[in-house]
Design a protein around this ligand. Structure first.
Ligand SMILES: NC(=O)c1ccc[n+]([C@@H]2O[C@H](COP(=O)([O-])OP(=O)(O)OC[C@H]3O[C@@H](n4cnc5c(N)ncnc54)[C@H](OP(=O)(O)O)[C@@H]3O)[C@@H](O)[C@H]2O)c1
Length: 258
C-alpha cells in the first residue's frame, strides 16, 4: 500500500502500458482516475478494479482537446478534493517515413503526445501548487533523441515531452511539485502489436527481433513500467525530480524496426 491516500490521474489507462500502471496504482492503495477515449474499455477496467476493492473512476477524455485535459483534472479534484499524482501515458506512434508525414498526421501525434501532456500538466500544477505537493510522471521513449525510422514525428513529440519534464522539475520544485520521466524500452502492448502487425510482421518475427535487439532478450511488460511509476509517485522518491528511469532491458532505439 505504498500509495495509500493518494489521488492519481492517469491518461492512456484504457490500453497497454497505461492499463498496467493503473492496475498497480490501485493495488498500491491509490484512488485512481482512469482516462481515455474508449468508454467501453474504461468501464471494463473500472469495474475490474472495483471488484478488487479499488477506489477508481473512468473519465472520458480526448487529450488532443485542451478543454478535455482541463476537465479531467478539474473533475478529479472535484471528486476527491485533491490531486497528488498525474501520469501522462496517452500516446500514439503511427509509423510513416519522414518524407511522407502529412500535416494532419503530424498534428495528431503532437496534439496527443505533447499538447495533451502539456495541458494536463498545466492544470494539475495549478492545484498542486496550492496543495504544496504533487508528483508527475511522463511516459517517455528511447526515440526522443533521434526517432526510429518511420517514427520522426513521434520522436519529436517525445523530445518535447522530455523538455516539459525538465521544465516542470526545475521550475516547480520550490512548490513541492516533482516531475520525472520513465523511458520505456519495448513493451508488446495492444497498440504496439497492432502497429507491427500492420507493418506486415508476424508474431514469430517480432519475438525473434526482440531477442536480437533487447540485451535482456525479452520485452518489458506494463508491470515493469508500473514499478518505476509507483516509486516516482510515492513519498519514497520525495527527493527525486527531473530524473530518467530507464526500463528498457538495455534496449536502444538505434536499429529498431519501424
Ligand atoms: N509499447 C512500447 O514499446 C512503447 C515504447 C516507448 C514508449 N511507449 C509509450 O507508452 C505509452 C503507452 O503506449 P502503449 O504501448 O501502451 O500503447 P496503446 O496500447 O496503444 O495505448 C495507448 C493509450 O493511449 C490512449 N490515447 C491515445 N490517443 C488518445 C487521445 N487522443 N486521448 C486520450 N487518450 C489517448 C489510448 O486510449 P483511447 O484509445 O481510449 O483514447 C490508450 O489507452 C505511449 O505514450 C507510448 O508512446 C510505448
Amino acid at each position: 500500500m505504498r500509495l495509500e491516500k493518494k489521488v492519481i490521474a492517469i491518461t492512456g489507462a484504457t490500453s497497454g502500458i497505461g492499463k498496467g500502471i493503473a492496475r498497480m496504482l490501485a493495488k498500491e492503495g491509490a484512488s485512481v482516475v482512469l482516462a481515455g477515449r474508449n468508454g467501453e474499455m474504461g468501464a471494463l477496467l473500472e469495474s475490474e478494479l472495483k471488484k478488487k476493492g479499488a477506489d477508481c473512476c473512468f473519465i472520458a477524455a480526448d487529450v488532443q482537446k485542451v478543454e478535455d485535459c482541463r476537465a479531467l483534472i478539474d473533475k478529479t479534484v472535484k471528486k476527491y478534493g485533491k490531486i497528488d499524482g498525474l501520469v501522462n501515458d496517452a500516446g500514439i506512434f503511427p509509423c510513416i517515413p519522414f518524407e511522407e508525414v502529412t500535416e494532419e498526421m503530424y498534428d495528431r501525434v503532437m496534439d496527443t503526445n505533447i499538447k495533451g501532456a502539456y495541458f494536463c500538466t498545466q492544470q494539475a500544477v495549478s492545484y498542486m501548487k496550492e496543495q504544496g505537493y504533487g508528483s508527475i510522471v511522463n511516459i517517455g521513449s528511447t526515440h526522443w533523441q533521434t526517432g526510429g525510422s518511420g517514427l520522426s514525428a513521434y520522436g519529436v513529440s517525445k523530445g518535447g515531452l522530455h523538455t516539459l519534464t525538465e521544465h516542470i522539475a526545475h521550475h516547480y520544485a520550490p512548490y513541492g511539485i516533482r516531475c520525472n520521466w520513465v523511458t520505456v524500452g519495448w513493451v508488446m502492448s495492444e497498440g504496439e502489436l497492432a502497429r507491427l502487425l500492420d507493418l506486415g510482421m508476424t508474431e514469430e518475427e517480432i519475438a525473434a527481433q526482440a531477442k536480437k535487439e533487447i540485451p535482456t532478450g525479452s520485452f518489458q511488460t506494463a508491470e515493469d513500467i508500473a514499478y518505476a511509476c509507483v516509486y516516482l509517485l510515492s513519498d519514497e522518491s520525495r527527493q527525486v525530480l527531473g530524473t530518467d528511469i530507464n526500463v528498457t532491458g538495455g534496449f536502444r532505439s538505434v536499429g529498431r524496426i519501424g
